[in-house]
Design a protein around this ligand. Structure first.
Ligand SMILES: [Zn+2]
Ligand SMILES: [Zn+2]
Length: 356
C-alpha cells in the first residue's frame, strides 16, 4: 500500500491505495455518455509511457524525435508529457483544488491542457482530473510533483492474483462492453505484430467474433494458396498445453501465438510454455473467454429465473477500439518493419479523425 503526498509541502493527496495493472480503457474515449472511474476504490496504477499533455503535431516533431518519445509511426499528436503518471479514482484523492482555467471539457474536465489540480496547501500543480462526458473518470498525478510513501495496509487477498472473475462482453442493457472494446483493441496490436504478416487461425466462437475481423481485413486468408497459417489459442492459468508426458501436462499442441492474461496487480504478461508468442490481454476479459461460466452475472438465481427476461444481444458487430489499436501499434518498435507499417497505414486510413 502507498499514499501519495505533495512533493512541495508534504500534504497528503490520497488515501492508502494498492497498485494494480494499468487498464486498457484508461485511454478510451467514447462509449456511454457518463462513465464511472477507471479504477475501483483503493487502487492506483502507473503509466510507464508518456500519454498526457503537452502534445505536439507529428509534422512538427518528425520520426526521430517521436521515436525518442516511444512513437514509431505517424500519429496525429505526439505526447511530450512525463512518463510515470499515476492513475487513481477521483474519490481516492484529497487535499487538491481545481485550477478553473485548465478545466477544458464541455460538462467536466477533459484534461487536454495540462495539470488542472493544485495542492490545496501550497498551490503546486500536482495532477489532472478527467470527468467530462464520454471519458472514464480519472485523476492522473504528475510523477515529478508527488511523492509515493509506503504505508501499512490490508494485505492482498489470498492467492497469486491470477484468478479473477470474468468480465461479460455485453452490458446488462444490451451493448458491447466498453472495457472489452479497449482491451481487445489494444491486444490486437500485439496480435497483428505476432502474425508476421501471415494468415491467422483463431479459435471459433467469441474469440473470432471479437478479434477476427481486423486480421481478416489486413492479413492474407488462411485459405490462400501456399499460405502457412499461424494458430492462435487462449493460454494461461489452468489452460497451458505442455508438450510431453508427466504431471501437469495436457493434451494438444502448443499454438504459435498465445492469447495470455496480464497479471491484474503487476501487469506482467503470462509466459506460455512451448515457444508460443504471447499476446497480452486484460485478465478479466481473458478469464471470460477462457471460462465464461465463472463470470459475475446480474441474472436471478436458478429457480426464480423464469421471470427474468433473457439477456439482450447487441444489434451491431463488436467494434474493437481502433484508436487504441493504432496507439499501441505506433508504440511497438516492430511497426518500423515495412509489412507492419503497411498494415498500420491501411488501418489508420479507415479511422475518422486520424489525420496527420
Ligand atoms: Zn503542497
Ligand atoms: Zn461534456
Amino acid at each position: 500500500m502507498a499514499v501519495f503526498a505533495c512533493a512541495g509541502c508534504g500534504a497528503g493527496l490520497s488515501v492508502p491505495v494498492a497498485r494494480v495493472a494499468l487498464p486498457a480503457h484508461a485511454f478510451r474515449s467514447g462509449g456511454e455518455r457518463y462513465l464511472p472511474p477507471v479504477l475501483p476504490p483503493g487502487a492506483y496504477a502507473v503509466d510507464p509511457e508518456p500519454h498526457g499533455p503537452p502534445f505536439r503535431r507529428w509534422a512538427e516533431v518528425g520520426a526521430g524525435e517521436a521515436a525518442a518519445h516511444g512513437v514509431y509511426a505517424p500519429v496525429p499528436h505526439v505526447s511530450f508529457g512525463a512518463p510515470g503518471r499515476i492513475l487513481l479514482a477521483p474519490g481516492d484523492t484529497c487535499g487538491t483544488v481545481l485550477i478553473p482555467e485548465r478545466c477544458d471539457g464541455c460538462c467536466g474536465s477533459d484534461g487536454g491542457v495540462g495539470p488542472n489540480l493544485a495542492c490545496a496547501r501550497c498551490g503546486r500543480e500536482v495532477g489532472t482530473r478527467i470527468d467530462d462526458c464520454y471519458r472514464w473518470q480519472a485523476v492522473w498525478l504528475e510523477p515529478g510533483a508527488v511523492r509515493e510513501l509506503p504505508v501499512e495496509g490490508p494485505g492482498r487477498p489470498p492467492g497469486d492474483g491470477w484468478t479473477v472473475t470474468g468480465l461479460p462482453p455485453v452490458e446488462p442493457l444490451g451493448w458491447w462492453s466498453d472495457q472489452w472494446s479497449a482491451a481487445v483493441g489494444t491486444a490486437l496490436a500485439h496480435l497483428l505484430a505476432a502474425s508476421a504478416g501471415g494468415p491467422l487461425v483463431l479459435p471459433d466462437g467469441l474469440v473470432t467474433a471479437v478479434f477476427g475481423r481486423v486480421p481478416a481485413s489486413v492479413l492474407p486468408s488462411p485459405l490462400a494458396a501456399g499460405a502457412s497459417a499461424r494458430t492462435v489459442a487462449l493460454v494461461g492459468p489452468g489452460l497451458d498445453p505442455r508438450p510431453g508426458p508427466g504431471p501437469g501436462t495436457g493434451p494438444g499442441r502448443a499454438p504459435d501465438i498465445a492469447l495470455v492474461p496480464r497479471h491484474p496487480w503487476t501487469g506482467e504478461t503470462w509466459q506460455p510454455s512451448g515457444g508460443a508468442v504471447p499476446v497480452p490481454l486484460d485478465a478479466e476479459v481473458w478469464t471470460y473467454l477462457a471460462a465464461p461460466e465463472t463470470a459475475s452475472t446480474t441474472r436471478l438465481p436458478e429457480g426464480v429465473e423464469r421471470d427474468d427476461p433473457l439477456p439482450l444481444r447487441p444489434n451491431w458487430l463488436f467494434q474493437p477500439d481502433r484508436w487504441l489499436l493504432l496507439d499501441r501499434l505506433a508504440r511497438l518498435p516492430a511497426v518500423r518493419e515495412p509489412w507492419l507499417r503497411a498494415v498500420y497505414d491501411r488501418l489508420a486510413a479507415d479511422v475518422p479523425g486520424f489525420h496527420l
